[in-house]
Design a protein around this ligand. Structure first.
Ligand SMILES: Nc1ncnc2c1ncn2[C@@H]1O[C@H](COP(=O)(O)OP(=O)(O)O)[C@@H](O)[C@H]1O
Ligand SMILES: [Mg+2]
Length: 340
């Protein structure tokens, strides 16, 4: 089979979560490479296949023997890897998360008192400060698989079909305890303005809200949005826990910088505060990228260039980079993260 067909087949197997097919196509590609005397590539493919369990992530059956993709087009399953302690979180957010974890972990105590643990969480905040990471960390701490909904695979321009897909998705999700992460949660609401068939889109939103109401409490639903203004009141009301994953304050960012500087070997020639003044960053994600840049240069310099010089060079490069349009550099460092 020509190479491009194999690649398409490989992607199809990956997207549809067919682990066995993925493996078989990968093996064909390795054989193909070997035939072309590209032993190195074949070897690397073999190593990747060896390092993953027989049925890798998506093709796996869960403990109830339900095939993960059944009826669930648009869901991606992931074993979470981020502990809550890896994230920089304000105290109110951390305690809100710890409460949720405790309620889920001790659901039997709650139930024997006629109560249910909270399980519908809305995260609001600008990109890059940990909404996605926090959803994964919750799954990690709860020891549950993380299901991420690919919004584009659920919402189609055929609204009747969208509602049906949503129903199928939730039917699938409720078959086992999990964290269901719905990123860009506002997107469903947003469609309202774009489409004329307002009656139809209302039905989609209603379907979603009904599904949220019906979700058993062992399924933790986490919605994330940068556009909370697009959600209507009925939607807000569904969420028992609303978390403001705000832009870090200056103090929080200084703490992050200090920790990162401490991890480097050598004399940085900057205090955390000075460095933060010189590279204004808008989010944890940007700050992480800056320090990754530093660490790459440190690694490649093999000890020939002092840490101080590497950092001042990175500061210069950082300030000369093309900024993402629309993202201002003079940020409001007084914002306080809070949770409700
Ligand atoms: N609060 C945080 N603490 C530590 N790292 C963070 C934090 N927020 C973001 N990051 C880093 O930035 C990356 C992007 O963050 P992400 O969780 O995708 O943000 P969001 O979903 O809010 O856009 C993460 O992979 C993580 O490495
Ligand atoms: Mg995200």
């Amino acid at each position: 089979m020509p190479r491009s067909d194999l690649v398409v087949k490989l992607i199809k197997a990956g997207v549809s979560g067919d682990g066995a097919e993925l493996r078989s196509v990968a093996e064909s590609i390795a054989a193909d490479e070997r035939a072309k005397k590209h032993g190195g590539v074949a070897e690397r493919i073999a190593r990747v296949l060896d390092s993953s369990p027989t049925n890798s992530a998506n093709g796996k059956s869960n403990h109830q023997g339900v095939r993960v993709r059944d009826g669930s087009g648009g869901i991606q399953r992931k074993e979470p890897r981020i502990p809550l302690s890896n994230l920089y979180l304000s105290r109110p957010i951390r305690s809100a998360c710890e409460e949720l974890i405790e309620e889920q972990g001790r659901a039997d105590v709650l139930r024997s008192n006629g109560l249910e643990p909270r399980h519908r969480v809305l995260m609001v905040g600008p990109p890059g400060n940990g909404k996605t990471s926090l959803a994964e960390a919750l799954a990690y701490e709860l020891a549950l698989p993380l299901f991420t909904v690919r919004y584009d695979a659920v919402v189609t321009s055929y609204l009747g079909e969208t509602a049906q897909r949503l129903r199928r998705l939730f039917d699938f999700v409720r078959t086992e305890p999990c964290v269901l992460f719905f990123d860009e949660f506002d997107a469903i609401g947003k469609e309202r303005g774009d489409l004329h068939e307002t009656g139809e889109i209302k039905r989609v939103v209603t379907t979603l809200l009904l599904q949220l109401d019906d979700l058993p409490s062992y399924c933790v639903f986490v919605g994330a949005t940068n556009h909370p203004e697009l959600l209507d009141r009925a939607t807000w009301r569904r969420f028992e826990l609303r978390i403001n994953v705000a832009k870090p304050t200056e103090l929080q960012m200084t703490t992050y910088f200090a920790d990162q500087l401490r991890k480097l070997t050598g004399t940085p020639g900057y205090t955390a505060k000075r460095l933060l003044e010189d590279v204004s960053v808008n989010s944890y994600s940007e700050a992480e990228n800056f320090f990754l840049d530093v660490r790459r240069r440190v690694a490649l310099s093999m000890g020939e260039i002092s840490l101080r010089s590497v950092i001042s060079e990175r500061v210069r490069a950082w300030n000369e980079r093309i900024k993402i349009p629309g993202e201002s550099e003079n940020h409001d460092r007084t914002t306080h993260s809070s949770a409700s």
